[in-house]
Design a protein around this ligand. Structure first.
Ligand code: SF4
Ligand code: SF4
Ligand code: SF4
Length: 213
């Protein structure tokens, strides 16, 4: 796991899993994405504006806005308990003409979402977590990447009232994920109360339903 160091000079933290330094399970370039996200906070002058809103109140750990990026649904950087989380996803697609029926994709799926029916694998989309293991296990390219994108998670937290994040979208495009973070941060900076956590802000303003969750 790679952390951008947390200090009270900067009121946001962007945490990535090992995908930022190379992980064979990753479905995204986490380091590149984290740099993009950091740029959003700088552009919005997030730290100065949040500090201004806190006024005389001392800065505490939970005031720091946490972003967490994971390269795959193993979610090693714990995006489910971050204010904003992104998880790399890939949708498996099958080309039956290239399939030898070897069954490697069946063994590779921890969810039991792939089974052999006759000579070919069959995918259960309800069970699939879009991790891409079956794609990486297939040596013929028959199981190949379809759509790629991000699960977008918002409003997770620990503390006195812990809660897992809301899931806003699956397979969201990079531009969509970046735009959603930008829009939500703007609203939080404009309408949040002093010391109010992001998840509580989303609940109070009903923003979660507005953004399509
Ligand atoms: S979340 Fe996935 S990509 Fe990131 S370190 Fe864990 S296994 Fe690797
Ligand atoms: S691993 Fe590839 S070749 Fe083997 S059964 Fe699955 S899709 Fe077919
Ligand atoms: S993407 Fe992951 S969860 Fe979905 S079928 Fe393949 S191995 Fe199973």
């Amino acid at each position: 796991m790679k952390n951008i160091p947390m200090n009270f000079d900067q009121l946001f933290q962007i945490e990535t899993c090992r995908a930022a330094v190379g992980c064979p399970n990753s479905n995204l370039d986490a380091g590149y994405l984290a740099a993009d996200l950091e740029e959003i906070f700088s552009r919005l002058d997030f730290t100065a504006r949040l500090r201004e809103r806190l006024g005389e109140e001392p800065v505490l750990l939970h005031h720091i806005f946490r972003v967490s990026v994971s390269g795959c649904p193993n979610a090693c950087s714990r995006p489910q308990i971050a204010d904003f989380g992104l998880v790399g996803q890939v949708e498996p697609q099958l080309n039956p003409e290239a399939c030898t029926g070897c069954g490697a994709c069946v063994s590779a799926c921890p969810e039991g979402a792939v089974s052999l029916e006759g000579d070919f694998p069959s995918l259960d989309r309800e069970k699939c977590l879009l991790c891409g293991n079956c794609i990486r296990a297939c040596t013929t390219g028959a199981m190949h990447p379809g759509e790629k994108g991000f699960a977008v998670l918002v409003g997770g937290r620990m503390g006195r009232h812990p809660r897992l994040a809301y899931r806003l979208a699956d397979l969201a495009r990079r531009e969509t994920a970046v735009r959603r973070l930008t829009d939500l941060l703007k609203q939080y900076l404009e309408s949040g109360r002093p010391g109010e956590r992001f998840g509580a802000f989303l609940d109070r303003c009903g923003i979660f339903s507005e953004v399509g969750g």
